[in-house]
Design a protein. Structure first.
Length: 129
């Protein structure tokens, strides 16, 4: 009688261990699937942002080249050594009738030789820095 009881107990223990292992495997698989989905979404968003930036840059370049065709060559060279934000504010009220932009600070002062002096002065300053 004693021998039969021992055999039954061993079988029960084995069954319980197998059930626990199966549950753990299922949980791991679910976690991996969620991580993969998140990574794919992030990559798609980054690609869209890069495309938008490239389009904006191309438009700005076209505008600048159209304006510089009608400006005096000295004024163009002076504008090139200025920061982009300053150039944009100067060329905002530009008209094709006058060779110098309307929004340029002190229009009459920057015409002709005085502008040429101012341009060379700004160049020498840049070299010093």
């Amino acid at each position: 009688m004693k021998k039969k009881k021992k055999k039954k107990k061993k079988k029960k223990k084995k069954k319980k261990k197998k059930k626990k292992k199966k549950k753990k495997k299922k949980k791991k698989k679910k976690k991996k699937k969620k991580k993969k989905k998140k990574k794919k979404k992030k990559k798609k968003k980054k690609k869209k942002k890069k495309k938008k930036k490239k389009k904006k840059k191309k438009k700005k370049k076209k505008k600048n080249s159209e304006i510089t065709q009608f400006l005096q060559p000295i004024l163009v060279s002076w504008l090139r050594c200025r920061p982009a934000s300053a150039v944009a504010s100067c060329l905002r009220n530009f008209t094709l009738e006058s060779p110098i932009p309307v929004g340029f600070p002190g229009n009459s002062l920057y015409c002709g030789p005085s502008l040429y002096k101012l341009h060379h002065h700004s160049q020498s300053k840049q070299e010093a820095f």
